[in-house]
Design a protein around this ligand. Structure first.
Ligand code: PGA
Length: 234
């Protein structure tokens, strides 16, 4: 089943979250062979979790976080740990290039976050880039690899905040296919997703690339109408 992972990044107020959900949950979607994951800012996770319990969709809808502490818990003020979100979030995006860039996350700290996710039954979606993928994958125990999902997202493909659904130049299909081949050589059983300017007009092409198990739309998922369109087109 293909995965569609909406990453809201650091956006939305509680009120905006409720409006987004009210439109999304009232939409009558066609039956789809996909799983939809919403990754809101962590402060809205429980609110969405509660609203999700009373909604019905013709495909699975799950929640994810955009980051996870590398520590199990304790004297780490401000951290959100795997234990706190266990059974609420099914997935965790880990090591997003924005976190590596603005918050100094390293391949080693990403690996520690991944261990915390797995220890709490959360599937990690690890962001990988073309330049460092060997070093990034090297951090994981070989027996852990089949449980990991990788998201190939070249930094330059991320949407800029222009217009309601952002603008950016997605990676070329040949670049994505090339990365899929490289990643499959190192970790044949991991699922591989693509992220970077995925929109309703290009989602079906990315999803039809061999070896691609899903997509991670960011800006396109923040705009509920565009996200609905993207799911319908997937
Ligand atoms: P974008 O972002 O779809 O807005 O390019 C995706 C992401 O960075 O997760």
């Amino acid at each position: 089943m293909k995965l569609i992972v909406g990453n809201w990044k650091a956006n939305k107020t509680l009120e905006e979250t409720k409006v987004w959900w009210s439109v999304f949950s009232k939409t009558s979607f066609p039956v789809k062979a996909c799983e939809v994951v919403i990754c809101p800012p962590a402060v809205y996770l429980y609110q969405l979790y509660e609203m999700l319990q009373t909604s019905r969709f013709p495909f699975p809808v799950k929640l994810g976080v955009q980051n996870l502490s590398e520590f199990p818990g304790g004297t780490y003020t401000g951290e959100i740990t795997g234990r706190m979100i266990k059974n609420i979030a099914t997935y965790a995006i880990i090591g997003h290039s924005e976190r590596r860039r603005w918050f100094g996350e390293t391949a080693q700290s990403v690996a520690r976050r991944v261990v915390q996710a797995l220890d709490n039954g959360i599937t990690p979606i690890i962001s990988i880039d073309r330049q460092n993928y060997v070093q990034q994958l090297d951090q994981f125990d070989k027996n852990m690899l089949p449980k990991l999902m990788f998201m190939y997202e070249p930094q330059e493909a991320i949407s800029r905040e222009i217009g309601p659904i952002g603008e950016g130049t997605p990676a070329s299909f040949s670049d994505v296919s090339h990365m899929v081949t490289l990643l499959q050589k190192l970790s044949p059983k991991s699922k591989i997703l693509y992220g970077g300017s995925v929109k309703s007009h290009n989602v079906s092409e990315f999803l039809s690339l061999p070896g691609i198990d899903g997509v991670v739309p960011g800006t396109a998922s923040m705009n509920v109408l565009e996200f609905i369109k993207l799911i319908i087109k997937s």
